[in-house]
Design a protein around this ligand. Structure first.
Ligand SMILES: Cc1cc2nc3c(=O)[nH]c(=O)nc-3n(C[C@H](O)[C@H](O)[C@H](O)COP(=O)(O)O)c2cc1C
Length: 207
């Protein structure tokens, strides 16, 4: 039972990491392993829509973190994507990474539980969360929730730690994620397979 957590902030140990750490402690308490991968501040490509991934299953750009994340996703049972709020949206580099991870590696994420969490100083959190949740809800992924929307507030890890309500939401999220993964595994062990999606119907509204 392993959860892959992505820290989409340029700061390795900043506010987003502080939120992910609280989720991690709850995952640990409930018997789930986790790995936090930091996308870092190196240059990442945006998707060039070449569609080479349709046959190769990996991104044509092989010089950044995307293909490594796709490989890790294959082994993971659940996901948490964390991002700072930048102009009421997730960090641009994280969106570039996730666009390519999901376009090239959708099969590695499909059907597995996921959650997005965001960190902001003041506002824009719900818009950023909405953007991140879109990756899950286009790919048959159960969205894990808590008792409030998954956000913390602060400009430093110390401030985030003082957001007691936000930190409680993070712990609840970790607990719920571990529980849901256990439920899915227990179901599979007892013959309840994940439903296979139908072959995709593509329409383009052009008649
Ligand atoms: C380019 C940029 C844009 C930002 N835009 C917002 C914003 O729209 N709303 C907000 O509340 N905070 C905004 N912030 C502040 C960060 O979201 C906030 O401090 C966050 O907790 C930092 O997380 P981190 O330490 O993981 O990077 C912005 C910061 C940067 C660098």
């Amino acid at each position: 039972m392993k959860v892959l957590m992505i820290n989409g902030s340029p700061h390795e140990k900043g506010c987003t990491y502080t939120a992910l750490g609280e989720i991690a402690s709850a995952l640990h308490t409930y018997g789930a392993e986790y790995e936090i991968v930091h996308i870092g501040s190196s240059v990442v490509h945006g998707c060039k829509a070449c569609k080479a991934c349709a046959s190769s299953g990996k991104c044509a750009y092989d010089d950044d973190i995307v293909n490594a994340i796709i490989e890790k996703a294959q082994e993971a049972d659940g996901f948490v994507f964390g991002s700072p709020v930048h102009y009421a949206a997730p960090a641009g580099a994280l969106c570039a990474v996730l666009d390519r991870c999901f376009f090239a590696g959708a099969r590695c994420f499909r059907g597995k539980p996921a959650a997005a969490v965001v960190s902001c100083r003041r506002a824009g959190a719900t818009a950023a969360l909405d953007r991140l949740n879109k990756y899950f809800t286009i790919n048959h992924m159960p969205v894990v929730s808590a008792g409030y929307w998954n956000m913390v507030h602060g400009s430093s890890p110390q401030q985030v730690k003082r957001d007691l309500e936000g930190m409680q939401v993070m712990r609840a999220l970790g607990t719920n994620m571990a529980w849901l993964i256990k439920c899915i595994k227990t179901g599979e062990e007892n013959g309840l397979a994940r439903p296979e999606p139908e072959d995709k119907i593509w329409t383009d509204f052009m008649g």
